[in-house]
Design a protein around this ligand. Structure first.
Ligand SMILES: Nc1ncnc2c1ncn2[C@@H]1O[C@H](COP(=O)(O)OP(=O)(O)OP(=O)(O)O)[C@@H](O)[C@H]1O
Ligand SMILES: [Mg+2]
Length: 230
């Protein structure tokens, strides 16, 4: 049986507003009463944080696209097993800042790996746990890079042509799965993008804001147990 949770991922090129929109979405869902688990890929777990450091911030000039892809997938496997699956089993909404599609876009399209092979490997490694909804914040790479020009991590230092392949990669992934992807113009004002995302999430989220798997389980217990837990 499918778990009672829901997975939303935010994807897009550098500086497209993923982290800002993810934070706002998490706040809005929590304010509405939903249990939300917010994770970053790569990141969040101890292994994920180490790998993120290697992939983005270490002064390593040589990591081949294949090595990058395998490191990203390893981090994601840990994230899914350690954080995402347990959260979904409790009925939480999981909001994830980047996921499988980023590996496809950056290492697959940007790094010119075999797309079909990478897609199969990436999905099999996480036992097919794909997002229910993926929000793709699309914008020209030059605009996104301009927004984040203060921070220059390994990915941001790559050539503009690389970032253009990444953007085209994201768009072709969205084209192939139109039901999973919501593609938004990331050059719009932040508040407008947030409003659009929130209305689509509310319309698609099973049980809307009302469902909380954990509270439902707690209500079954006696009043004294309930008080002890508070
Ligand atoms: N719609 C927007 N219009 C203008 N500026 C924006 C918009 N969304 C985000 N920004 C700004 O762009 C910068 C990058 O935003 P943010 O960190 O959310 O993007 P990101 O996609 O997570 O970046 P990265 O790819 O580096 O993780 C921030 O300074 C943020 O305030
Ligand atoms: Mg970010």
């Amino acid at each position: 049986m499918k778990h009672p949770g829901y997975v939303i991922t935010l994807e897009g090129p550098e500086g497209s507003g993923k982290s800002s929109q993810a934070r706002w979405l998490v706040q809005a869902l929590r304010r509405g009463g939903r249990r939300v688990v917010f994770v970053h890929d790569p990141g969040t777990t101890s292994l994920g944080k180490c790998l993120r450091n290697v992939l983005l911030h270490e002064r390593l000039t040589a990591i081949s696209p294949m090595s990058e892809a395998l490191l990203c997938i390893a981090g994601r496997v840990q994230l899914v097993e350690e954080r995402i699956r347990p959260a979904l089993a409790r009925g939480a909404v999981v909001v994830c800042d980047r996921f499988h599609d980023s590996t496809m876009a950056y290492q697959g399209y940007g790094g010119r790996l075999n797309i079909a092979w990478l897609n199969r490997l990436g999905r099999e490694a996480i036992n097919g746990l794909m997002p229910d909804l993926t929000i793709l914040l699309d914008l020209p790479p030059a605009k996104g890079l301009q927004r984040v020009k203060g921070r220059k991590d390994r990915m941001e230092r790559k050539a503009l042509t690389f970032h253009q392949r990444v953007r085209r990669g994201f768009l072709s992934l969205a084209h192939r799965e139109p039901r999973r992807f919501l593609v938004l113009d990331a050059t719009q004002p932040k508040v407008d993008i947030h409003a659009h995302i929130f209305s689509v999430v509310l319309s698609r989220l099973p049980h809307g804001l009302a469902y909380s798997g954990q509270r439902r389980a707690v209500r079954k217990k006696s009043p004294s147990t309930l008080n002890a837990q508070r």
